[in-house]
Ligand binder design. Structure first.
Ligand code: ATP
Ligand code: MG
Length: 747
């Protein structure tokens, strides 16, 4: 019999212990934020190893690579030896990469396929658009971004482009044939040039499991048990991968919280987690109700934020932690004042002895922190920014990587295109002319069966070099063309170690770089220098390229890489699963949060969940901040309304410090957002031909006195059917409110 699992079961409550020690089989832990889901998964990992399950047969799927590493390390601390290091852990995409490199031939690829990021994929769509002669002037042809979104959605939902356009993009119906054509060419282009986008990684992984019984059995033997964190953010493709991979043993544990589902733009659906018990009949469902992270005051506000969500799996979360202060709501005069408020409070927290790394500032979008970054720099507070711009999104980094990519995958036509265009006087026509002479990429089927393990034979770069050497270069660009050939020959001779390869490319690239970016090249130079330390950890350039594509490193805005005790600035999406002693959420203003792009109820509710995720990151101190005035693109100050979500938190739960004088803004009617009425509410009142009635006896009309739980008393000055009303509040001035969400009481 197995040894008593003393360590793995220590420090758990009974429900957690039940989950950790459950016998092999499907287990779903569905519970609110901070209830110890991730901790339960970590202990389960250790428990299984203690029980004698081979660590190398465990697969841990998480939302970031870092999360997987940390969880495995924590499980390791519960065990007497280092056996946990053998556990395979990572994101779905990284695991797909791992598996597809091995079984590439089975899905018609070679093992050296290149992973495309969003920018790469857009680049291909553009190439195809022009080579197919589509989207010429005069027609409102969908953008490459929209085209990709449609292609991706169709692939992930299996709806098919035809039905998708008919049901969701009706205004694009006239372009349906062109969209279908581009989608088909995009698919073939990727296959013939050894390219996979993010969707492909998952889709081919699933295809492998669906269609190849032998491989499925092999992978089933390799991974005896599956553990999945943040299951609420899986999409149907990932859910099916889990199902196929776990069968027939179904030794799988998933944990998640439907209220924290924030990736619908990647096809995730919070309802997915409810499907788990249907996918795995006999699932043991475990609920955790004690929150160990946040003070009761923070928990109450978090609960108030999520309470109005129309569809959710109800949970009773309580916290027994010692009470702290109420979360602070601060209306700053403008963005500068918002930044200063944050900096001053960080100073106070630091003075009270709190390590800076225990503080985070969270925001909806990467650019929301720009003003704060300046203020922090001026105050000498070092920070690390997460979830903002990616290093690999910038042109100069892509330029450098393109050279390394053709070295690893000479069929990667996209990268060839990029590096040829870098040469002086070479235009798209010439580049295409050169590329057309390259050896035709072997048909995908040829790769099948040429040695399952290694993937198909790789196309050697030598053949491409011969083509380049034979190409009749014009005088104007001959010199640069020769230098490129020299570089490629040097790269080919240099072996797989990444650093020497990078140095070769950087030396070659320097003059090109200075010619292309004369204005801001010092800044770009700093980015290039960031590449060296990134590569240093790798033995093989291929691993580096795959990892940077899967998990692109951030542009290091703080310049504080490696320094201890730094403040964290993060988008909310990148803060998932994490916790800090003190958390600031900034820009809680309408149009910023919820994002101005949230147009319908589904999106609006996703913004709410995002706010819930943000608030539940805080352990002891939570600060909610918004500017009452922002400077628009036209540099004119415009009045800013607080986020409608704030209006739903009862004021008694918040600490409202005295606010400054109102901003002097001319326009009390900023651009307003209209949300679609909620199902069941909308129809009835629109039949009444106008403004929805609030839950009170007296009708709402212009001139009526009203009270708002947060803004207090005011007068209705304008009604905008079907669901918006402008109110002048006695103390807070003009606000535009949504009747669906605001709780207005007529007096
Ligand atoms: P999220 O939904 O945000 O991902 P979670 O449910 O995964 O949260 P964890 O991160 O696992 O929650 O746990 C939150 C905090 O509570 C962590 O600091 C964790 O160590 C602590 N915790 C969890 N369970 C217990 C317990 N039984 N005893 C003491 N502390 C606990
Ligand atoms: Mg967690």
């Amino acid at each position: 019999t197995p040894v008593a699992a003393a360590e793995a079961l220590a420090g758990l409550n009974p429900a957690q212990r039940e989950a950790v020690s459950a016998p092999a089989g499907p287990i779903l832990v569905i519970a609110g934020a901070g209830s110890g889901k991730t901790r339960t998964l970590v202990h389960r990992l250790a428990y299984l190893v203690e029980q004698g399950v081979a660590p190398e047969s465990l697969l841990l799927l998480t939302f970031t690579r870092k999360a997987a590493q940390e969880m495995i390390a924590r499980a390791g601390h519960l065990l007497p030896d280092a056996s946990c290091r053998q556990v395979t852990g990572g994101t779905f995409h990284a695991t797909a990469n791992l598996i597809l490199r091995r079984y590439a031939a089975h899905v018609g690829y070679r093992a050296n396929f290149t992973i495309l990021d969003q920018g790469d994929a857009e680049g291909i769509i553009n190439l195809l658009k022009s080579s197919l002669g589509l989207g010429g002037a005069g027609r409102r042809f969908p953008s490459r971004r929209l085209l990709l979104a449609i292609i991706s959605k169709a692939a992930n939902t299996e709806i098919g482009i035809f039905d998708l356009v008919e049901s969701q993009y009706l205004h694009l119906l006239e372009f349906l044939d062109d969209i279908l054509l581009i989608a088909e060419h995009y698919r073939r282009f990727k296959i013939s040039h050894g390219l996979m986008d993010y969707d492909d990684l998952l889709l081919y992984w699933r295809q492998l499991l669906r269609e190849n019984e032998e491989v499925r059995a092999e992978l089933g033997r390799r991974f005896q048990a599956l553990l999945v964190d943040e299951y609420q953010d899986t999409n149907p493709v990932q859910a099916e991968i889990v199902r196929l991979l776990a069968a027939p043993r179904n030794h799988v544990m998933a944990v998640g919280d439907d209220a924290q589902s924030i990736y619908s733009f990647r096809g995730a659906d919070f309802r997915n987690i409810m499907e788990f018990p249907k996918q795995f009949p006999g699932t043991r469902i475990i609920r955790l109700e004690e929150n160990y992270r946040s003070t009761p005051e923070i928990l109450q506000v978090s609960n108030a934020i999520i309470a109005p969500a129309p569809e959710q799996y109800r949970k009773n979360l309580f916290s027994k932690l010692a009470g702290g202060g109420k979360p602070v709501l601060y209306a700053a005069r403008n963005e500068g004042a918002q930044a200063r408020f944050v900096v001053e409070n960080i100073r106070q927290l630091q003075a009270s002895g709190l390590p800076t790394e225990e503080i985070a500032v969270l925001f909806r979008s990467g650019f929301h922190s720009y003003k704060l970054e300046l203020e922090l720099a001026a105050a000498g507070i070092s920070f690390e920014k997460r979830g903002g711009l990616k290093l690999t999104e910038s042109a100069h980094i892509k330029d450098v990587l393109a050279h390394l990519r053709v070295l690893c995958n000479p069929a990667d036509r996209l990268s060839w295109h990029r590096l040829l265009l870098l040469l002086d006087k070479i235009g798209p026509k010439t580049a295409a002319g050169i590329i057309d002479r390259f050896p035709a990429p072997a048909a995908a089927e040829d790769a099948e069966g040429t040695g399952g393990e290694e993937g198909g034979a790789e196309q050697p770069l030598a053949a491409h070099l011969q083509v380049l050497a034979a190409y009749p270069a014009a005088k104007g660009w001959q010199q640069g063309f020769l230098l490129l050939q020299e570089l490629l020959a040097d790269l080919q001779a240099a072996g797989p170690a990444p650093l020497p390869l990078l140095e070769l490319v950087l030396v070659y690239y320097q003059p090109i770089f200075q010619r292309l970016y004369p204005d801001d090249y010092p800044r770009r130079q700093r980015d290039l220098e960031q590449l060296r330390p990134l590569l240093a950890g790798y033995q093989d350039i291929r691993d580096f390229l795959a990892d940077t594509a899967l998990d692109p490193p951030a542009v290091n805005a703080g310049g504080a890489e490696g320094l201890p005790d730094r403040l964290v600035l993060s988008t909310i999406h990148s803060a998932k699963g994490l916790e800090w002693d003190s958390v600031f959420i900034i820009h809680l203003a309408e149009g910023k949060f919820p994002s101005g792009q949230a147009e319908d109820d589904e999106q609006y509710e996703e913004e709410r969940r995002l706010f819930y995720v943000a608030a539940t990151r805080a352990k002891r101190n939570l600060y909610l901040v918004y500017p009452r005035e922002v400077t628009g693109m036209d540099r004119r100050p415009a009045l800013c309304h607080p986020s409608p979500f704030l209006g739903e938190v009862p004021p008694r739960l918040l600490d409202l410090p005295a606010v400054g004088p109102p901003p002097a803004t001319a326009d009390p009617y900023p651009k307003r957002q209209l949300y679609r009425p909620r199902p069941g509410q909308g129809e009835a009142s629109s039949e009444e031909g106008g403004g929805r009635q609030p839950a009170a006896d007296r009708p709402l009309a212009v001139g009526a006195r009203v009270r708002h739980p947060f803004f207090g008393p005011g007068v209705v000055v304008r009604m905008v059917p079907p669901s918006t009303v402008d109110v002048r509040f006695d103390r807070h001035g003009f606000k535009t409110l949504h009747l669906d969400y605001a709780k207005l009481e007529t007096l």
